[in-house]
Design a protein around this ligand. Structure first.
Ligand code: SF4
Length: 435
């Protein structure tokens, strides 16, 4: 049976895809292929938390319907499947099976019923099938979110936050290391909540990171999605003192106006965020700061927006993503008054990115002549592309562009000197091939 698998959405969803691919591969009658037109079964792991993502998922489902063999099965899983199961089954009868993220504990049985396979009841996280051949992998440490930000549908889809056990996470990491992974990226909706629900204050994110860092000193760790109000001094201390914990701080701030932060139900304040950022920059050498912002949230006045622009100019983030507010049903914000016209929201999005473009270019120019250990990740026949600790492996950040007469190996680390820059990328030349 030929099976193909499409994974949409965030990296947390990607790890779910890897879990389910691992489950499928436990049945040796299943052969995973890329070609949808030759597949007997097509899995689509969907995202469903904002309108654009929902549209992408629906478009993907219809393109698969058009491309597939007549007798091929379509199985839709993931966040859209959880949030709109009834609507999907009523409005797209071509879908043969819908399994929401809340039904993964019996996904094997559901698939067996349709495909007459003999899969285990559900997946074993330690048998996940890794999607990235490069020495990079994601390590999920928890699920769901209890922050309940007013604009966000994730708690409606994924439920309240819960931590995975440290045993499961450590074993997952050991397996990744045994498979040659050199950069492990720690993720959850909110990693700063790690451990509290199952270990109280005895074992928190920094304790987990300490145990992970002890596994193999040739492996680097990166942590994404740090909730700004819960970055402890102990966590900053660990980043300061441990070279394998990459000094990369991904801190979604969302807004700077305290009025808007309160309406968004975001804990903390602009003053607290500035204090944490200042502490990170004082304590941790070469700290990289990334954030995401939302503009056009209901009640966002011109004054609030001016406040945000000033904040962006003051902080000078290394990487910044900004999104226009997406009106999501069943969220608190959906019923708020004073919605901002999407034309204005889009205009504000552009304004912030224009400011950030100049900031990023100025910061990049200061990097000329710096030397970095770069993981070579791609080659387009002319240039190689790669990342150092400066960049997380997702598009927003930027990358190294390297022209080399010597052929380089994808998946290898090389020493690169930055010789030129653009607003978001750096241009480098190889000065040494690392062992
Ligand atoms: S922290 Fe807020 S925005 Fe992020 S997943 Fe949780 S509820 Fe959504």
């Amino acid at each position: 049976m030929n099976v193909s698998f499409i994974s949409l959405g965030c990296v947390k969803n990607l790890v779910d895809s890897e879990y389910i691919l691992g489950l499928l591969r436990q049945d040796n009658t299943i052969n995973v292929i890329d070609d949808i037109s030759l597949s007997d079964v097509i899995f689509i792991n969907t995202c469903g938390f904002i309108n654009d993502a929902k549209k992408e998922a629906i478009d993907t489902i219809f393109s698969v319907i058009n491309e597939k063999k007549d007798d091929a099965y379509i199985i839709v899983i993931g966040c859209l499947a959880k949030r709109y199961k009834k609507e999907l089954s009523e409005q797209i009868p071509e879908i043969d099976l819908i399994v929401g993220v809340d039904e993964y504990d019996t996904i094997g049985e559901a698939i067996n019923q349709l495909l007459k396979t003999s899969l285990p009841k559900t997946y074993n996280p330690l048998k996940r099938s890794l999607s990235n051949p490069l020495p990079v992998a994601y390590l999920k440490i928890g699920e769901g979110c209890s922050n309940k930000c007013a604009y966000c549908a994730i708690p409606l889809i994924r439920g309240d936050y819960y931590s995975y056990t440290k045993e499961q996470i450590i074993n997952d990491a050991k397996r990744l290391i045994s498979l040659g992974k050199k950069e492990i990226i720690v993720i959850a909706q909110d990693p700063t909540r790690y451990g509290k629900d199952i270990y109280g204050d005895n074992y928190l994110l920094e304790d987990l990171l300490k145990d992970l860092l002890m596994l193999d000193e040739s492996v680097n760790y990166r942590v994404l999605y740090l909730y700004p109000d819960r970055i402890s001094d102990q966590l900053i201390e660990l980043f300061k003192n441990h070279k394998n914990l990459l000094p990369y701080f991904d801190i979604p701030i969302q807004h700077s106006s305290n009025k808007i932060l309160n309406l968004m139900k975001r804990s903390g304040s602009k003053e607290k965020y500035i204090e944490r950022i200042a502490k990170i920059r004082k304590e941790v050498d070469n700290a990289i700061l990334r954030t995401t912002l939302i503009v056009g949230f209901p009640n966002e006045s011109q004054e609030d927006f001016d406040d945000l622009k000033e904040f962006v100019k003051q902080i000078k983030f290394d990487h910044l993503g900004v999104f226009a507010y997406s009106d999501e049903e069943d969220t608190l914000a959906f019923n708020m008054e004073n919605k901002i016209a999407s034309k204005i929201a889009k205009k504000r999005e552009k304004e912030i990115m224009k400011i950030q473009n100049e900031i990023s270019f100025t910061l990049n120019k200061k990097r000329i002549n710096e030397i970095h250990d770069v993981l070579i990740e791609d080659f387009d026949g002319n240039n190689y592309y790669g990342r150092s600790y400066l960049y997380a492996p997702d598009a927003e950040d930027g990358q190294f562009i390297i022209h080399s007469d010597k052929s380089l190996i994808i998946g290898e680390y090389v020493k690169v000197k930055i010789i030129d820059v653009t607003a978001y990328d750096v241009i480098g030349e190889v000065i040494d091939i690392l062992p």
